[in-house]
Design a protein around this ligand. Structure first.
Ligand code: DQA
Length: 146
């Protein structure tokens, strides 16, 4: 059975209330519940976490490395555009990952068009609101069983 861990960065705990025009009306709990159901139906073991801190994200990625996780789905949120430390953690554990965004970051402010992750990700899914996570999981499954 493959194991996937999902990491959500700062302010994603506010989904549903936070800028719904950008991020949609669903809460993080609702989005993660839908993702868990999809993972269950595909026989994938999936765990998820959210943190507002950069160090918390680095610790969780290191833990995933120690736990032998197969794939990561990560929305680094605001840290997408700033965090060398989270990038380095992903490089250190060598777990293939998909970068996910709810909004279409490439068509937003110039600073959001810079990501510290996309050049080392398997791929990037951006702009489909909560569905971005489902598409990321589907992309991983397609890669395993083409
Ligand atoms: C985000 C996009 C980031 O620019 C922003 O800081 C977020 C959420 C997204 O999912 O669209 O917090 O990662």
């Amino acid at each position: 059975m493959i194991t996937i861990r999902v990491f959500n960065g700062p302010n994603l705990n506010l989904l549903g209330q936070r800028e719904p025009g950008q991020y949609g009306h669903s809460s993080l709990a609702e989005i993660m519940q839908g993702l868990e159901q999809f993972a269950d139906s595909c026989g994938v073991e999936l765990e998820h976490m959210q943190t507002n801190s950069e160090g918390g994200m680095v610790d969780a990625i290191q833990q995933a490395g120690g736990d032998g996780v197969d794939y990561i789905i990560i929305n680094p949120a605001g840290y997408t555009h700033t965090s060398v430390a989270i990038r380095d953690a992903l490089l250190a554990v060598e777990i293939p990952f998909v970068e996910v965004h709810l909004s279409a970051v490439s068509s937003r402010e110039p600073f959001r068009q810079i990501t510290y992750f996309s050049d080392i990700a398997i791929g990037v899914i951006s702009g489909f609101r909560g569905e971005s996570y489902l598409l990321a999981l589907q992309a991983i499954l397609n890669r395993i069983e083409p």
